[in-house]
Design a protein around this ligand. Structure first.
Ligand code: SAM
Length: 319
């Protein structure tokens, strides 16, 4: 167990994130991804007795767990169910602007991923849905798997899942659904296991062949990259000068969105894509980048928590 004593689960890059936020006791902070409340707990503990926190999570179950975890801090912690894409609106509604720091720890927690009834897991059997949050869209994993053409599936698995066998998996799904609609995660996972075998993961430990396809479906169903871009923009809007933005990502596409966003906000010019060499337009700089390279888990954390192997923390400061 890392993070802090009594944490109900492991908070990735815990110390590094708190250090990156440059916490001050009178500060106000937003955690856009409460989860089990681990990072929030650390923020409230480090900013005692007057620091305050607004915590958001799109998921009601996570919100309930975080509320229990943070109840010892009383009204220093305010929790709201919301997608972090609405971070700025919620902060304004709650009269919680400006803030000294915003943290986003992306993706889903292992407690969500490992619960078969939530339908994110290929290890158990649940409905092929994968939507999370209160304001749910109409798109489900079942719609994608049963209705999308083969080419579109292959592109999704390759791009969002970074799955080298994306084309093969797409073909197998399209063949199989001619016989029977996919209704459950178990049905899909067993087809992918049959077609894919058990390839080695990046860290040489085998991963289930369904891992990357499930990730791609979840990211598409919840429009995760689009929501991330909106959340980053909202965070910069509510930060006070000198306030810090700390973002932990687990996926190279997410990290790229964070990196490009920070680079764009740290630059004083816009270079139009495809324009003549040297053409640029002036713009306002709003951030300075603190982590020139993203911080990653050290060997002790890697040994303790496998999920931290792909974690990257980027920190920037509002000018
Ligand atoms: C990795 S967990 C956070 C763990 C937390 N930092 C901790 O230490 O306990 C990510 C959480 O973010 C939530 N989440 C993911 N995307 C979200 C979004 N767009 N808006 C709000 N919550 C989101 C998930 O429901 C999940 O509870």
């Amino acid at each position: 167990m890392a993070g802090e004593a009594n944490a109900p689960h492991y908070s990735v890059l815990f110390k590094e994130t708190l250090a990156g936020l440059n916490l001050t006791p009178q500060g106000r902070y937003i955690d856009g991804t409460l989860g089990a409340g681990g990072h929030s707990y650390g923020i409230l503990q480090a900013t005692a007795p007057t620091g305050r926190l607004l915590g958001l999570d799109a998921d009601t179950v996570a919100l309930g767990i975080a509320a229990e975890r943070l109840k010892e801090f009383g009204d220093r912690a305010r929790l709201v169910q919301s997608n972090f894409a609405q971070l700025a609106e919620v902060a304004k509604q709650e009269d919680f602007v400006p803030v000294q720091g915003v943290v986003l720890d992306l993706g889903l927690s292992s407690m969500q991923l490992d619960d078969p009834s939530r339908g994110f897991s290929f290890q158990g059997d649940g409905p092929l849905d994968m939507r999370f949050g209160s304001v749910q869209g109409k798109l489900t994993a079942a719609i994608i798997v049963n209705a999308w053409p083969e080419e579109r599936l292959a592109k999704l698995f390759y791009e969002l899942g970074e799955e080298p066998q994306g084309r093969r998996f797409a073909r197998a799904i399209v063949e199989a659904r001619k016989q029977r609609r996919f209704e459950t995660t178990g049905q899909l996972a067993s087809l992918l296991a049959k077609v894919g075998g058990r390839p080695a993961g990046r860290d040489k430990r085998p991963i289930h062949p369904a891992t990357r396809v499930f990730q791609a479906l979840r990211m598409e169903v919840n429009h995760e990259l689009e929501r991330l871009a909106e959340g980053l923009a909202g965070a910069v809007e509510v930060l006070a000068p000198g306030g810090r933005l700390a973002v932990i990502s687990f996926h190279s596409l997410e990290d790229r969105v964070v990196k490009r966003f920070m680079q764009h906000e740290a630059s004083d010019k816009i270079v139009p894509e495809g324009g003549p060499p040297g053409l640029s337009f002036p713009k306002e700089r709003r951030l300075t980048i603190i982590t020139k390279k993203p911080l990653e888990a050290n060997s002790a954390e890697l040994a303790e928590n496998r999920r931290s192997r792909s974690a990257k923390l980027r920190v920037a400061e509002k000018l």
